[in-house]
Ligand binder design. Structure first.
Ligand code: MG
Ligand code: MG
Length: 276
């Protein structure tokens, strides 16, 4: 069943969603070559708990960490561990924050040092594609309108592979609720959207083939061709005029830019605008 949230509920959810953004902002400040993904996860869990929240992912169907950290060809659900980030990596960081009975869910993909221009472009387009979906998340539209907008922009206007096995979702009292929100589909099809629905819109976009496989650990999902994959996600409320992201990339972007300048000795700065 698809839940309709009151204004009050949406404001509580906004707080949880913005705490995910705050957590990802703290992650952005830490990122540099040499840091392990486990240490990023530990910091994030501490930050979440210090702010009175519970990490939504920890223990979810047995997931062992607070963040999903997915490096390079890993699409989603990467398990933090001993891996040390290195120059040229990208990492997708997915985070959930639970407080006052509601979850927030958001993800962001970061570049570490000198990342290939074609991969930076993948990040830029995947981030933009979230907003193509958000624009369609309005009353009386259908889930297929969101799906089509993301698929069209990423795989027709741009040449990328759209992951099909994993989809966005309703979010609220449970981390994953109805409806499913795929990143591919047809306009005018699927469940009808109503004011008060809250959806996690989360394109997972591959530089190469759309094909993916799951590791023996039962979690980690990688691209079949080992090419890079990007993931951005906003918890989004359906409103009359248009979709309204409850999470925010703005503080993450500020920290990301500051971190690049702080660590500029590691690498040459990308050309202006590439990270926009
Ligand atoms: Mg997520
Ligand atoms: Mg999600």
């Amino acid at each position: 069943m698809i839940h309709i949230r009151s204004r009050e509920e949406i404001e509580i959810m906004r707080k949880s969603a913005l705490m995910v953004s705050a957590t990802l902002t703290e992650v952005a400040k830490l990122l540099r070559p040499g840091i392990t993904t486990l240490s990023i996860d530990r910091m994030a869990e501490q930050f979440i708990r210090d702010n009175g929240g519970i990490p939504s992912f920890k223990g979810y169907h047995g997931f062992p960490a607070s963040l999903c950290i997915s490096v390079n060809d890993i699409v989603v659900h990467g398990i933090p561990g001993a891996y040390e980030l290195k120059d040229g990596d990208i990492i997708s960081v997915d985070c959930g924050f639970y407080k006052n009975g509601y979850h927030g869910d958001s993800a962001y993909t970061f570049a570490i040092g000198n990342v290939q221009p074609e991969v930076l472009q993948l990040l830029k387009i995947t981030k933009e594609s979230v907003f193509k979906g958000v624009e369609q998340a309005k009353d009386n539209n259908r889930v297929g309108d969101i799906a089509y907008a993301i698929e069209h922009f990423t795989s027709r206007v741009n040449p990328y592979g759209v992951v099909r096995e994993l989809v966005g979702h309703g979010v609220g009292r449970d981390l994953h609720e109805d409806p499913q929100v795929p990143n591919y589909g047809r306009r005018g099809e699927g469940k009808r959207l109503k004011d008060g629905m809250v959806l996690a819109i989360e394109p997972m976009i591959n530089l190469g083939t759309k094909e993916v496989y799951t590791w023996d650990d039962g979690w980690t999902v990688s691209t079949k061709d080992k090419k890079a994959s990007a993931h951005f996600e906003h918890t989004t409320a359906v409103r009359k005029g248009k979709g309204e992201p409850l999470s925010s990339f703005a503080p993450i972007e500020i920290a990301e830019t500051a971190n690049i300048e702080l660590n500029s000795s590691y690498y040459t700065l990308p050309a202006a605008g590439v990270l926009a």
